[in-house]
Write a protein that binds this ligand. Structure first.
Ligand SMILES: Cc1cc2nc3c(=O)[nH]c(=O)nc-3n(C[C@H](O)[C@H](O)[C@H](O)COP(=O)(O)OP(=O)(O)OC[C@H]3O[C@@H](n4cnc5c(N)ncnc54)[C@H](O)[C@@H]3O)c2cc1C
Length: 381
């Protein structure tokens, strides 16, 4: 086993941290208060090559493997304090992943050359069938998947999604009689009649990444917008969830390292009753626990990413990584606030924002409960 980054990865990591610290930290507190997305940061990241990092070079991307992508995302989480912005960046990777999966899927099934637009999204024609009409889908309409954890997300796609971007990825059950085999993935372009972007949703955290309700009301989607082929949605979804759950919390690892370093510094400097507070085991233990959580989270995320970089399945490992890091990060945020005493509660110290941002990690991309269902499911439970 080799637990070290390659020379190139280590140099890239350093460069990403420098970039994030210098370019992505302006005005975070105000934007958090005003729920403002930093579009200029988005453009800077695009110029740096972040959004396209894991996209294959033939589609204009950086061709990085999953491990290198995780390395970059962790570095971003360490250098950049705007977790909401990073959440959207990570979603960009997920969306690319989804579409790339669709491309791969289609290639396996139908040898049609891909036409890829500048966002790396595939819109190649797959079928010459007429199209699909969606009504306003309610959870029960989209397949009834209680107890089938891998399906909870595509129900949700119908209801809300981040509004940045011009393409929506929707998984819908077009033939419920086939169960999961009736699920098909679609790309729906902004502006398609019947795709209704509704009211803005106000969130406790990740406030710099705006979200709105999205509904499909008698929405007609041309068949060429199918991802993969009809009925292959479940496989594409599972594949992209594996990717998402491996990568989406890598930035939390960076955040955890940043918090840990801040706490060590504070515990050394802040004196009470004649001693630095870090000398009291109640505080030292918290710092030790933060460190153990960080290293354990890294091992889980790196293992899942390594498996995927080897082209191997990582469904169970990705769920374990997602579950552990999301919960560990919340606990470390709480510890960081506690270590800072009253100051930790003040917005100026920025930890309350990290906590608000971190809580969402237990919800999106499948809740903690669903990750446990998936993991137990590997034992037939
Ligand atoms: C910041 C944020 C961003 C998001 N982005 C997206 C997005 O881009 N795309 C998207 O599709 N969705 C997105 N979501 C939605 C998110 O995936 C869902 O909220 C989540 O999957 C839970 O679904 P739900 O809200 O319907 O809760 P419910 O399914 O109603 O669950 C309620 C509670 O019951 C538990 N529960 C439900 N079923 C089971 C079960 N079988 N076993 C045990 N416990 C169970 C849940 O864990 C939860 O605690 C986002 C959510 C947030 C907070």
């Amino acid at each position: 086993m080799d637990f070290s980054w390659s020379e190139e990865q280590a140099a890239f990591r350093k460069e990403v941290i420098r970039f994030a610290k210098e370019e992505l930290n302006d005005d975070v507190a105000r934007r958090d208060r005003d729920e403002e997305f930093p579009f200029d940061f988005w453009k800077k990241c695009a110029a740096f090559g972040i959004q396209g990092l894991p996209v294959p070079p033939e589609y204009g991307g950086g061709g990085a493997d999953t491990l290198t992508t995780v390395c970059a995302l962790e570095a971003l989480g360490y250098g950049c304090k705007d977790n909401g912005f990073l959440f959207l960046l990570e979603r960009a990777h997920v969306d690319h992943g989804d579409s790339v999966d669709g491309v791969r899927h289609r290639r396996a099934e139908t040898p049609v050359p891909a036409e890829v637009d500048q966002r790396g999204m595939d819109r190649a024609a797959l079928h010459d069938r007429a199209g699909f009409r969606f009504g306003r889908l309610q959870p029960e309409d989209s397949g009834g998947t209680q107890g089938r954890p891998l399906c909870d997300q595509w129900q949700q796609d119908v209801h809300h999604h981040t509004i940045y971007g011009d393409l929506f990825i929707v998984f819908a059950n077009v033939d419920p009689s086939k169960g999961a085999n009736g699920v098909t993935g679609f790309l729906i372009e902004k502006g398609t009649p019947g795709l209704v972007v509704g009211q803005k949703l106000h969130k406790m955290g990740l406030r710099t990444s705006p979200m709105s309700e999205v509904a499909l009301v008698d929405c007609e989607v041309p068949a060429e917008n199918i991802l993969g082929k009809e009925g292959s949605g479940q496989a594409i979804f599972t594949h992209s969830m594996e990717w998402e759950r491996t990568c989406i919390l890598a930035s939390h690892l960076g955040m955890m390292q940043r918090l840990q370093e801040t706490c060590v510094k504070y515990a050394r400097e802040r004196r009470q009753f004649g001693e630095p507070i870090g000398k009291y085991s109640a505080i030292g233990n918290k710092i030790a626990d933060m460190e153990v959580r960080l290293e354990s989270g890294r091992l889980l995320v790196y293992k899942a990413a390594w498996l995927k970089s080897q082209g191997r399945h990582a469904l169970r490992e990705a769920s374990m990584a997602k579950l552990y890091v999301s919960e560990a990060c919340v606990q470390s945020c709480l510890d960081a606030i506690q270590i800072h005493g009253g100051y930790g509660y003040m917005t100026e110290y920025e930890m309350e924002r990290d906590l608000r941002d971190a809580i969402s990690g237990k919800l999106y991309s499948g809740t903690s409960e669903i990750q446990r269902v998936i993991i137990a499911g590997f034992h037939g439970l």
